[in-house]
Design a protein around this ligand. Structure first.
Ligand code: T1G
Length: 649
């Protein structure tokens, strides 16, 4: 028997509606029906003078039920329901805790008074789904917090805290988390007694901005809006509210919402939302799977990856023993960690106190045996199998029983690495993406013998450090890098056949990538894995490295870079391509943009299908999450597999 999703408590003449629709009290049809019934009850029951709307569980309504958007709308519809709340002659109070988002905040905006727990957050994140607030939010929020602040909140989708909300006039009172319902009842009594005036938000004045505001707003945000439709629509709807009645403006809002809801961008963004949440569904792993307690971390290697990885754990409050082979490397690594955390403080991402606490948890060491007490050791050393063999053989000898031994390898065979130990069930890959303290993606590479509890522990730990874990099987390059390698082969071949690297980058950036593949190569460095001694000039990468054009680091790679690192096409590179093609007898031809786009996408999508067929990835949407969070795939295009389904290649 499913628990009732609604109950009403009567406190003399005050009714308290408590919705309980886990996990986030989404405003699905059943919840909306309960809200409607309660508003009707308030209207009919002469013994009731006010209503408090609240939710049980972890949050006030976290928005409309996103899953409903792919189905025909079902009555009661949210806009009409909110209008009915607002039209009530008896005060309706919203008691907000957790995250009042989207339609959830719009319900609160339709109430006559709002009270929030001090830890509550509230926002209109519809833009992240390619939508706009479609239940009056574009009209009511500006009337409470001012037009500019409302626009900023809606086009960013970012929530604000209760204190700021109170300052802005979005909420009327802020109370201790524990006392929210009692305080809401007291507020209702104050409203009934006339000690505070309940107001219809729609009746509040909308302050017109200065002349030219909207043109300037569009211009200032053009880069941020990019190709996205929703932010532009939000500005358009808010602009309309200055020259239309409330009802006409909300009708226009709804019309724009309907257009966005059926748009390709919104469908892709909603797909991405659920894809990111689906990654945790791993066959054989569930809430009953035991997990290994992890309270302290060992990291081997204090280079770029090791230090970035360490920062994640330190900021999550986990002590890190950082091992290097020599004092100079260790000192450099510790300094890098300090700098990264300092940058976090300067950007406001981390408080000074948290930064000091994090740095206090770092234990640099040259003694391998200091790793013996770690619950999890992550190896982030040189990317060669013999280095891994040496490290894992030594680790196996000293690590405590039950410790998890992970490798951060980007390509190498995790099963082979596990075979260097007598505990392969405790070995797996934790493939972080550089910069490891920033990128959210974590490929969790499950070896043939990796146990369920060890995998479950990795998934749980990923969430603890704010990563999105995608489980991968063992193959060369796992999911992301294997698809990247397939694309790279196709691109390098086509460049010798006349496809311009600069045109390829342009097409990639027009498609929505922040940076084309050749600019990314220059950024990463063309000399990764290259050595002067063995170089034979057989590929463009080798030729460029031989010319000391190793990428941005030498201010020359595929591109020339000026002092501000502005890239420009290089005639020398173009000539080098022609010379190499001629030397290899490869005829050159002209390429059209459509062919270049096909080149960028088809090989990697084909490789993704193989990865799926081989069971390396659990589902196509996992592959898309890898590309969304590891390689900058434009989110409003869903992901390579999603795109391939929509545009059969
Ligand atoms: N609809 C349906 N399911 C939702 C949902 C929603 N709005 N929000 C979360 N879920 C599911 C999610 O898929 C997951 O399911 C579980 O809840 C826990 O989520 C008319 C049009 C609230 C901050 O955009 O931001 O209102 O995987 O893992 O990390 O104008 O969920 O467990 O089966 O994210 O603690 C606007 C979206 C909708 C908020 C909680 N609202 N949600 O984060 O948990 S559009 C949003 C979130 C709208 C109106 C418009 C987060 C969260 P499962 P989770 P979390």
């Amino acid at each position: 028997m499913t628990e009732a999703i609604a109950r009403i408590e009567r406190h003399a003449n005050i009714a308290v509606l408590l919705i309980n629709a886990p996990p986030v009290n989404a405003l699905g049809q059943a919840v909306r029906a309960e809200l409607q019934a309660t508003v009707e009850l308030l209207h009919k029951d002469a013994g009731l003078d006010a209503l408090v709307i609240a939710c049980e569980g972890r949050t006030f309504f976290a928005g409309a039920d996103i899953r409903e958007f792919d189905r025909p709308p079902q009555a009661p519809l949210l806009p009409g329901l909110i209008n009915a709340i607002e039209a009530s002659s008896k005060p309706v109070i919203a008691a907000i805790h957790g995250t009042a988002l989207g339609g959830g905040l719009e319900v609160a905006l339709g109430c006559h008074l709002r009270i929030a727990a001090q830890s509550a957050k509230m926002g209109l994140p519809e833009v992240k789904l390619g939508l706009l607030p479609g239940a009056g939010g574009t009209q009511r929020l500006p009337r409470l917090v001012g037009l500019k602040k409302a626009l900023d909140m809606m086009v960013s989708g970012e929530p604000i805290g209760a204190a700021e909300a109170q300052e802005l006039g979005l909420v009327d009172r802020v109370v201790e988390d524990q006392g929210l319902i009692d305080a809401a009842i007291a507020l209702a009594r104050d409203a009934v007694a006339g000690r505070i005036s309940p107001r219809k938000t729609r009746d509040r004045a909308l302050q017109a901005p200065e002349a030219g505001f909207f043109a300037a707003y569009r211009k200032d945000n053009a880069r941020k809006f990019g190709r996205l439709d929703a932010p532009q629509a939000i500005v358009k709807v808010v602009e309309r509210s200055l020259s239309a009645s409330f009802d006409d403006a909300t009708a226009f809002e709804r019309a724009q919402f309907d257009i966005l809801r059926s748009s390709a961008q919104s469908k892709a963004l909603r797909y991405a939302f659920f894809a990111e949440r689906d990654v945790k569904n791993v066959p054989g792993i569930d809430v009953k799977t035991p997990v290994v307690p992890v309270e302290n971390i060992g990291i081997i290697g204090a280079g770029t990856m090791g230090t970035g990885i360490a920062v994640n754990f330190l900021l999550a409050g986990l002590p890190v023993t950082l091992l290097e082979m020599n004092e100079a490397a260790l000192t450099r690594g510790a300094e890098t960690i300090r700098k990264i955390i300092q940058r976090n403080v300067e950007s406001g991402r981390t408080s000074r106190t948290s930064a000091d606490q994090a740095l206090g948890l770092l234990h640099p060491t040259l003694a391998f045996n200091d790793l013996a007490s770690a619950d999890l050791v992550i190896e982030a050393a040189f990317e060669t199998l013999d280095v891994k063999q040496d490290i894992f053989t030594r680790l196996d000898a000293i690590a405590k029983p039950g410790a998890i031994l992970a490798t951060n390898t980007s390509y190498l065979d995790v099963d082979k690495i596990a075979s260097f130990t007598a505990r392969p069930e405790h070995v797996l890959g934790l493939h972080f993406f550089s910069p490891a303290n920033v990128m959210k993606l974590l490929e969790v590479v499950r070896g043939a013998k990796t146990s369920g509890p060890v995998l479950a522990t990795a998934l749980k730990l990923a969430a603890r450090i704010g990563k999105i874990p995608v489980v991968s099987g063992v193959c060369y390059g796992f999911i992301g890098n294997r698809m990247l390698a397939a694309r790279r082969v196709a691109l390098d071949k086509s460049v010798l056949e006349g496809a311009s690297p600069y045109a390829i980058d342009r097409v990639a950036e027009e498609f929505g990538f922040a940076m084309g593949p050749f600019r990314v190569s220059d950024l990463a460095g063309l000399d990764l894995g290259w050595s002067k001694e063995t170089s034979t000039g057989a590929t463009m990468k080798e030729r460029l490295c031989e010319m000391d054009r190793r990428g941005q680091k030498t201010k020359a790679g595929y591109y020339d870079y000026d002092d501000k690192m502005k890239p420009s096409a290089s005639p020398l590179v173009e000539q080098t391509i022609k010379d190499l093609a001629a030397a290899r007898g490869i005829p050159q031809r002209a390429w059209i943009d459509a062919e270049l786009l096909d080149l960028l996408l088809t090989p990697m999508i084909a490789e993704g299908r193989k990865i799926l067929a081989e069971g390396i990835a659990l589902r196509a949407s996992d592959i898309d999450v890898v590309w969304l969070h590891g390689y900058g795939w434009p989110r409003w295009r869903g992901g390579p597999m999603y795109y391939g389904e929509k545009h059969p290649v």
